[in-house]
Write a protein that binds this ligand. Structure first.
Ligand code: HEM
Length: 342
């Protein structure tokens, strides 16, 4: 059936509208955005703060990578995770259970303090978090990549939102995929981003249920865990030991951003059940195995997936009721009596 001239015109108009919409979004969110805002040194200042912190304590790098994930999954990447509790808003995101072990806030504060001296009220806290995670990947041996900027800082931060959107270590592959889909990310993004567990640490309390009294077993050990690795973990985390004792997520190269997570996963040496399912479930095991075989390929996919995650539901444009450039990353401008607009 021939499409009438009027329908063609309508389609053309819709396409034009769509591309105008995209352009106006992209016009506010691109690589080196701050050079167009008169703050050429914005990214260098963040890099310096992250590098100084890393030189003092290399464990801040994984913490900063995780911080971006936890910020982006709740209200989009808008620095909502950074907000401290106030009498008006006591139950903020950072107090939600999965966020209690998020670290590195002082690195974001240090970068912001320097940025406020150099380019006052120009660089958002949300962008600092995104740039800091990007820098942390490079500092631990991952690849360099561009991170678009132009995000505004959000005003909303609730522990409930964090509890609803962040992912549990007990999730199945289907559940993990669904949670990432809700954030506009695909299953392969989920598999790729989970490779961040190639750096950093957890605590004994998070894993003892896999090491002792595991239901349905005679030796008490989760049978999906490599047995020699389980014995090693039992030494690190004795039964009735300190639940806060640290355990590296990657037993082979805990401080290096490489694809060892996947090599470990293939042999049952990953710590969380949510890691293990990626190698056990037929939906995800092929892609996980592929990442174990090609580190370069995974590094490239990781950079792309992290940028995709960090571009999710971002607040853009001129400061408004939904987004601002905070003066202090720990408080909204209203809470510190500063104006929302620059
Ligand atoms: C897929 C679902 C995920 C679950 C269930 C999960 C869960 C966890 C848990 C429970 C910890 C240990 C926290 C602690 O004990 O202090 C952790 C650590 C970590 N996670 Fe994830 N995570 C997931 C995905 C991700 C993603 C997508 C990233 C980043 C792109 C990420 C980056 C990290 C890093 C770097 C650490 C180490 C943090 C540190 O050393 O402080 N995780 N994760």
């Amino acid at each position: 059936m021939a499409i009438s001239c009027r329908v063609w015109r309508l389609l053309l108009a819709l396409c034009t509208l769509g591309s105008v919409g995209m352009e106006s979004v992209n016009a506010q969110f691109f690589n080196n955005f701050y050079t167009t805002k008169g703050c050429d040194s914005a990214e260098a200042i963040v890099t310096q703060a992250v590098t100084e912190a890393f030189n003092q304590d290399p464990s801040v790098a994984p913490a900063l990578i995780r911080m971006l994930f936890h910020d982006c999954f709740v209200e989009g990447c808008d620095g909502s995770l950074l907000l401290d509790p106030t009498p008006q808003n006591p139950n903020v995101e950072k107090l939600a259970l999965p966020n209690l072990s998020v670290r590195g806030y002082e690195v974001i504060d240090a970068a912001k303090m320097q940025l406020e001296k150099t380019c006052p009220r120009t660089v958002s806290c949300a962008d600092i978090v995104a740039l800091a995670a990007r820098d942390a990947v490079l500092l631990t041996g991952g690849q360099h990549f561009d991170m678009p900027t132009g995000r505004l800082d959000g005003m909303v931060s609730t522990a409930d939102n964090a509890n609803n959107n962040l992912v549990s270590t007990r999730s199945s592959a289907t559940e993990l995929t669904r949670k990432f889909l809700e954030q506009g990310l695909g299953q392969d993004d989920m598999i790729t981003l989970s490779g961040a567990h190639t750096v950093g640490k957890t605590t004994c309390g998070q894993i003892t249920s896999r090491l002792y009294n595991f239901p349905g077993t005679t030796n008490g050990v989760d049978p999906t865990l490599d047995f020699d690795y389980a014995l090693h973990l039992q030494q690190l985390c004795p039964q009735n030991g300190n639940p806060n004792d640290p355990v590296p997520l990657d037993p082979v190269s805990p401080n290096t951003f490489d694809n060892m997570y996947y090599t470990n996963g293939v042999t049952g040496r990953v710590l969380f059940p949510s890691d293990n399912v990626l190698f056990a479930d037929h939906q995800t095991q092929f892609a996980s195995n592929l990442n174990s075989q090609n580190g370069q390929f995974w590094q490239m996919k990781f950079a792309n997936a992290l940028v995709r995650m960090a571009s999710n539901k971002v607040k853009l444009g001129v400061p408004n009721r939904n987004g601002e450039i905070r003066k202090n990353c720990r408080f909204t401008n209203a809470a510190t009596g500063s104006s929302t607009n620059n």
